[in-house]
Design a protein around this ligand. Structure first.
Ligand code: AMP
Length: 358
């Protein structure tokens, strides 16, 4: 892999807050950023040198974009795969389209994870109501029915507690490409962010606890309040998955901790992740800088934690409390420049810092 020296241009697919924070990290290191996204006035464009405003399937614009950048990465995994494969013909895309393809489909994701010797919830593919009934009989209830593609923040999923709920759940999903997962009675949701370079060097951040409200991440606590042995196992799982995928770039791995101390992997996101925002103020290298380093072929930075942190998402009307957070001595406030505070919309986050607990 060629090392991209500062002065090179990094292309980012997607214009949301993750693209914005990646662009800011890139600028800090002397790189230029070119955003490609279909939405006007997006948070990332505001801080990037160039933006191409076009549909992802606009191959003409993609080709011109490819000629203007030295490497491409992306800020969300639900981007259409075909244009990413096309781009990769002209300019390297990291994480690779193969990794993206696996992470885009819940069944291929779980099969890959199990293939690396890592546990997930038990699952069965579901393509019809008949399948769903069979899968429910096999896995037992309660269970969670999910669309295989495009699910996020709890969208495209239905909890099924009784047989009577099978039919309405199937109707609500509006797809024939689904998965039924056994319900995991977890004690905690955690995630691990892992970065890997093309030579196979790996760095991971300490596991963190994630607390959701209305299916959206509300709070991240770093480090997760779990025993060291569990932290070590979670990081080992992350290293195994990053190696198994032959990852170049950053990967977020969401996990469930069970009452017996087992770790089951729920989801992969091959990009910076909301549960990694605490690293911006509490670690030697933030998740955004780490992504830029990995995709530019630089040595990975240290993920060492300098202090503990609690990250609070500012969602919708929470943004109106910005002044309160701005006045706290231990708070670092990050706002995404979005003007309209719609319910459920991520407007910013605040990192509350405290001395390390060990
Ligand atoms: P996901 O879209 O897969 O990240 O799921 C969103 C949230 O739903 C997770 O963060 C969990 O809180 C919950 N959830 C998803 N799958 C399961 C499962 N198999 N068992 C229990 N809870 C789940």
């Amino acid at each position: 892999m060629t090392v991209l020296a500062p002065g090179a241009t990094i292309g980012i697919l997607g214009g949301g807050q993750l693209g914005r924070m990646m662009a800011m990290a890139a600028a800090e290191m002397g790189y230029h950023v070119h955003i490609f996204c279909p939405e006007n006035n997006c948070p990332a464009s505001e801080v990037a040198a160039h933006t191409t405003l076009a549909a992802y399937e606009d191959y003409h614009s993609l080709k011109i974009f490819a000629a203007s950048v030295d490497v491409v990465t992306y800020e969300f995994e639900n981007i259409p795969l075909a244009p990413v494969i096309e781009l990769n013909k002209y300019v390297p895309v990291y994480p690779s389209p193969d990794v993206l393809s696996i992470a885009q489909h819940r069944i291929s994701e779980k099969k890959a994870i199990n293939g690396f010797g890592v546990k997930t919830a038990p699952f069965a593919p579901v393509t019809s109501l008949e399948d769903l009934k069979k899968a429910a009989a096999q896995l037992g209830l309660p269970a969670v029915l999910k669309t295989c593609r495009m699910g996020y923040d709890g969208k495209g999923q239905a909890m099924i507690k009784t047989e009577a709920e099978l039919e309405p759940a199937w109707a609500s999903l509006k797809t024939t490409d689904a998965i039924l997962e056994g319900f995991v009675a977890f004690t905690m949701e955690i995630s691990v962010l892992v970065a890997r370079d093309e030579n196979g060097n790996i760095q991971s951040y300490c596991p963190v606890q994630n607390i959701h409200k209305h299916h959206i991440l509300s709070e991240t606590i770093a480090p997760a309040p779990i025993a060291q042995d569990l932290r070590d196992r979670a990081e080992a799982i992350a290293h195994g998955i990053a190696t198994g995928l032959n990852l170049t770039g950053l990967l977020a791995i969401e996990m469930f901790v069970t009452p017996s101390g087992d770790i089951l992997v729920n989801e992969l996101a091959p990009r910076p992740h909301n549960s990694g925002h605490w690293t911006m103020d509490a670690c030697v290298t933030s998740q955004f800088t780490q992504t830029i380093r990995a995709v530019c072929g630089l040595p990975l930075g240290s993920p060492a934690r300098l202090c503990d942190a609690k990250m609070l998402n500012l969602i919708g009307d929470d943004i109106h409390d910005w002044q309160k957070y701005a006045g706290l001595p231990n708070a670092k406030l990050h706002l995404y420049g979005k003007t309209e505070a719609r319910p459920g919309r991520k407007m910013g986050h605040v990192n509350l810092l405290s001395p390390p607990r060990g």
